[in-house]
Design a protein around this ligand. Structure first.
Ligand code: B12
Ligand code: SF4
Length: 440
């Protein structure tokens, strides 16, 4: 079978989606062909051209929440044009919110891990076998929706094939690539706004939710890409890479003996100490990214369910800098309860941390998370549809106006950097780009 994936990278920037890479590898091992259309703006023409030239047997659309409105529109168009082409959807949006399948004209949706079950579905379709009872999937049958339970969760990540990134354009064109790898799935923390608190409930006991590749398998995957592609840097996208100290120390020790590439990863401050940070630095880690989110401890604890203190965060940043390890901070604006004062505190904390890179986004409550329900009950949701991450908050908060949030976001990085790096402040100054163009 020929399976065509569609990636709607609209309203954000993403080079590789590990989920698509994993599914493509599983299908290829089973003898199927795969390809991918990447859309950075909404366009039916690119998909139609690919369908016309490649003649896929099935379309697979992977959806994060901000992609949902585009996926809905695209699938409605394709269903009208190609009545018999099966279209299946999956991805984090449907794992969190399977009921939204009713709003989209696809034939079926994957509501859990897709690795084995999507292959099973494709094989059943190829052999014209009945598949309507297949676990991890919901299907449409006329007006009815058949809701099968989750029956297959991948517990042993080592059993999966090496993710296939060859279908992504960066890899196809054999450019200098920046692969992003995931060596684990899941996170044991329970932050109120994060997908993990919802996804963990699919597992009994929930402690089984966090699954990790063996260190040797992780190194085999890096080795495969090292052999076939040219890259100097890669990203480790695990939610919390510092979770298992023994694993990280073993990884770092073995990694530096085999590879030279530098990498970045996400850590959580409670799981990071001098030994881990030192090991990461020696292995070639360039930047550790840390979820700071807000400078106000009460908001962080009571609203976000994150129990680290500002002092703990400061200690880890200071430690990293003392080891010459670069740092990045993730921050959110517009958390329920946010005020001009808490925004000032977030800037102030960042100034104290002196991150080498600062990221800031508007807080968005994803459906089915605890904080979404609270926002809904409090009447904070201005709209429920998200199409991009840059055009302001979707909440209407009684404590701070959207205009103030937009302004705070625009100047956030400048307001942090100006205290310790004039160069970074200048390049993050909102008018810098315009100025550069004028002088070119
Ligand atoms: C890796 C990752 C990234 C990477 C890669 C991006 C990507 N979209 O995959 C990078 C670093 C680029 C990134 C960036 C961002 N991310 Co991110 N990221 C993740 C992370 C940690 C893992 C996702 C992953 O690869 N999981 C492993 C794969 C194997 O699982 P999967 O994608 O669910 O795919 C499986 C199934 O869903 C299914 N499946 C998937 N597609 C399909 C299709 C079909 C047809 C079928 C049958 C099955 C199927 O099979 C797959 C294999 O089992 C998740 C958190 C998490 N724990 O899931 C957040 C997450 C996806 N990111 C999130 C966000 C918000 C962002 C950013 C907006 C952050 C920011 N503010 O800049 C950007 C936007 C990126 C984008 N365009 O999507 C949110 C999205 C929430 C949502 N409801 O949509 C998540 C869920 C974290 C959270 N806050 O809860 N991210
Ligand atoms: S620590 Fe990060 S990945 Fe883990 S639950 Fe909290 S927000 Fe999600």
């Amino acid at each position: 079978m020929k399976v065509l994936f569609v990636l709607l990278e609209i309203g954000s920037t993403v080079r590789v989606m590990p989920g698509i890479g994993q599914l493509s590898a599983c299908l290829k091992i089973a003898g199927h062909q795969t390809d991918l259309v990447e859309l950075d703006k909404y366009s039916t023409a690119r998909v139609v051209n690919k369908i016309t030239s490649w003649h896929p047997d099935l379309l697979a659309v992977s959806v994060n929440t901000h992609m949902f409105p585009y996926a809905k529109k695209l699938i409605a168009f394709l269903k009208k044009r190609y009545k018999v082409l099966p279209i299946y959807v999956g991805g984090i949006h449907f794992k969190l919110n399977p009921d939204s399948f009713a709003e989209i004209e696809a034939d079926g949706v994957c509501i859990g891990d897709g690795d084995n079950q999507f292959v099973a579905l494709v094989e059943a379709i190829a052999k014209k076998q009945d598949f309507l009872t297949l676990g991890n999937f919901w299907f449409k049958k006329g007006r009815e929706i058949i809701k099968n339970p989750i029956t297959d969760l991948v517990m042993d990540l080592d059993s999966l094939p090496i993710p296939d990134y060859s279908i992504f354009s960066h890899f196809k064109n054999n450019q200098q690539v920046v692969p992003n790898f995931m060596f684990s799935r899941g996170c044991p923390f329970n932050c109120t706004y994060c997908c993990n608190s919802v996804l963990a409930k699919q597992f009994t006991p929930v402690s089984k939710y966090v699954r990790t590749l063996s260190v040797d398998r992780a190194l085999t995957i890096i080795g495969y890409y090292d052999k076939h592609y040219s890259f100097d840097n890669f990203e480790i996208d695990d939610d919390t890479f510092s979770l298992n100290k023994k694993w990280v120390l073993e990884f770092c020790q073995k990694y530096q003996k085999q590879f030279k590439q530098r990498f970045i990863c996400n850590i959580r401050v409670e799981t990071a100490d001098r030994e881990i940070l030192q090991a990461l630095k020696e292995a070639g880690c360039e930047v550790i990214w840390v979820g700071v989110e807000t400078g106000n401890e009460q908001l962080r604890r009571q609203v976000l369910g994150r129990f680290m203190t500002n002092d703990q965060i400061i200690t880890v940043f200071d430690l990293a800098h003392s080891l010459n390890l670069k740092t990045g901070s993730f921050n959110m604006l517009g958390i329920p309860g946010e005020t001009k004062e808490t925004i000032r505190q977030t800037i102030e904390l960042n100034v104290r941390l002196k991150p080498d890179q600062v990221q800031v986004t508007f807080f968005y409550p994803y459906q089915k998370t605890k904080l979404y329900d609270q926002c809904l009950r409090a009447g904070y949701l201005r709209k429920t549809t998200l199409t991009n991450y840059f055009s302001g908050s979707i909440l209407k908060l009684p404590t701070v106006g959207n205009r103030d949030l937009i302004k705070a976001e625009k100047y956030f990085r400048f307001n942090v950097y100006k205290h310790y790096s004039w160069l970074k402040a200048l390049t993050s100054w909102p008018y810098y780009r315009k100025l550069r163009f004028r002088f070119k």
